[in-house]
Write a protein that binds this ligand. Structure first.
Ligand SMILES: Cc1cc2nc3c(=O)[nH]c(=O)nc-3n(C[C@H](O)[C@H](O)[C@H](O)COP(=O)(O)OP(=O)(O)OC[C@H]3O[C@@H](n4cnc5c(N)ncnc54)[C@H](O)[C@@H]3O)c2cc1C
Length: 498
């Protein structure tokens, strides 16, 4: 009875069905209205908050035992913390969370995703599936790798500040190599000969300067250089090894995640399905983004098969987007992105206050909106000049949809070219998705599916935690009554797609 009740209400509204077979009618129905699907196997572990905290902390214990007092503010961001062990707290929209599991369990999650790809390929020839990297590999590795990547980026900005370029946008910051070599030698980080080896004409070109992309390429996953690299700790002034705790086990974990992504991407390519890598919490995101770029490089050859996600509520969202667009240009692969505002705001802010590091989120809702439109505008301009790049505008915000449509018109981006697509969650904002689909725009619903009892924790938190979604549904209810009334008055109760 409970199953039936749920299917008639919450579950029926926000979840497509229990398995790959039962969701097919809904996918086909939406398709007749020109609305595609991003399949998301939305099963979460149903743990109490206490259990979640214990499980998560146990997974971190072995690798990140550190003395909190000697850590810099930004380092604290990348440490596990008991209060935030339950990563599901205050997460909104389509986001759900995976807890650390054994390698076998990650393999079995990959199998589930392979079935998901099959289902998507069977249902349509232009579908997506959503993947979360925390479901494919150990969170403590992602946390540690994010820490390393962020330290390396901070070091670049520290050097830029020394050269009088503090506060410049990432793409406009260029270090003078001679001055940089001198600074590094002065710090005692490496010998002159070693330093000259890092900055060869092959890595730099002939410009005599180095930008952040060139800097980042020095610690591409598979290079050995980073192992021996010392960088200054801003707080203590001491030199510390960049990858001191990057163990062989962690390297193996990185390989396993990349292998799983490789298997998924190969299957997706065969099935004509695209992969959308979801963005998660800021302390995982640098690693998630880095690993996604590795796979994009390999698979986004003819067209974007893998889409990365950019969260515009982040202060450094514009830097992240512009850097990756430029990287795709330089390396000649196809840029594919989903732009979102971001689902983890409350949790991120609480964590930043509690652990004492700078809040990574824009200070106001208006600032997030401005950031979203700035990033979107940049990507749309790129699309105008580059017919192989694509973007998904994943938003329920009507102003953002209007902004996109008007910029598409101004830039001459035709809906039939499918370079720009739109995304909304299943059961929400149909007043945006369906008219767009009917008007010939490429539009997708984010479609969670899974057994009732297993999707339940995810659904109940959607209802309890997300007051903004509830405000949105009030407006939708009002629009539905209006439409019902219109149909009754015009005698056209059943609508058939054009
Ligand atoms: C298809 C699809 C895929 C998604 N995938 C992801 C994903 O991979 N990762 C992810 O994190 N999220 C994802 N989301 C969720 C998304 O990030 C948003 O939480 C959700 O869509 C609500 O934002 P909105 O653009 O629809 O508009 P709105 O409802 O107008 O904006 C709400 C958002 O604005 C921001 N915001 C609100 N108040 C403030 C404030 N005071 N200061 C700063 N910012 C504020 C927050 O990000 C909040 O979620 C996805 C959403 C969709 C539709």
């Amino acid at each position: 009875m409970f199953d039936k009740l749920m299917k008639m209400t919450f579950y029926g509204q926000f979840v497509a069905g229990e398995d790959q077979e039962s969701i097919q009618p809904l996918i086909r129905h939406n398709k007749t209205f020109g609305v595609g699907s991003i399949l998301d196997y939305g099963v979460e572990e149903d743990l109490s908050s206490k259990e979640a905290e214990c499980k998560e902390m146990a997974s971190y214990a072995s690798s990140t035992e550190r003395n909190g007092s000697s850590m810099s503010k930004s380092e604290k961001q990348y440490q596990a913390h008991l209060t935030f062990g339950d990563q599901r707290d205050s997460v909104i929209s389509g986001a759900h969370t995976y807890f650390c599991a054994s390698e076998t369990k990650y393999d079995s999650r990959m199998e589930t995703l392979l079935h998901c790809i099959e289902a998507s390929g069977k249902a349509s020839d232009d579908g997506f599936i959503a993947i979360k990297l925390t479901s494919l590999g150990r969170p403590q590795f992602l946390l540690h790798f994010s820490d390393v990547l962020t330290k390396w980026r901070h070091f670049f900005h520290q050097m830029a500040a020394e050269q009088g370029q503090a506060g410049h946008a990432a793409m406009d910051t260029k270090l003078e190599v001679v001055a940089l070599q001198e600074s590094i030698a002065k710090m005692g980080i490496a010998s002159r000969a070693e330093i000259e080896n890092w900055f060869t004409p092959e890595t730099l070109g002939a410009s005599g300067t180095m930008d952040l992309l060139e800097w980042k390429s020095l610690i591409r996953c598979r290079t050995q250089l980073s192992k021996h690299l010392l960088i200054p700790n801003v707080q203590t002034g001491q030199l510390e090894p960049l990858m001191s705790q990057f163990t062989e086990k962690e390297e193996l974990q990185m390989m396993r995640i990349l292998q799983r992504m490789d298997v998924l991407a190969t299957k997706a390519m065969e099935a004509g399905v695209r992969l959308m890598v979801d963005a998660e919490q800021t302390y995982f995101q640098p690693a998630i983004s880095h690993l996604t770029l590795e796979i994009q490089r390999k698979f986004n050859v003819e067209k974007p098969l893998i889409f990365n996600t950019y969260q515009c509520y982040l202060k450094d969202a514009y830097d992240n987007v512009t850097l990756d667009v430029e990287l795709a240009r330089r390396e000649d692969w196809c840029f594919g992105a989903k732009l979102v505002r971001g689902a983890y705001m409350v949790q991120e802010r609480a964590r930043a206050v509690d652990l004492g590091y700078e809040d990574p989120i824009n200070s106001t809702y208006e600032a997030t909106n401005a950031m979203y439109h700035k990033c979107l505008n940049y990507v749309l301009e790129e699309l105008k000049h580059n017919s192989k790049a694509e973007v998904m505008v994943a938003s329920h915000n009507e102003d953002t949809i209007r902004f996109t449509l008007s910029r598409m018109e101004e830039l001459g981006l035709h809906p039939a070219d499918y370079q720009v697509c739109f995304g909304q969650l299943l059961g929400m904002c149909d007043q945006i998705s369906f008219p767009l689909g009917q008007a010939g725009f490429s539009v997708y619903k984010y479609v969670p599916y899974g057994p009732v009892m297993e999707v339940l924790p995810y659904l109940s938190r959607r209802a309890l935690e997300n007051s903004s979604i509830m405000k949105g549904t009030q407006r939708e209810r009002q629009l539905l009554w209006q439409e019902l009334w219109r149909r009754l008055c015009t005698g056209s109760l059943l609508y058939r797609p054009a």
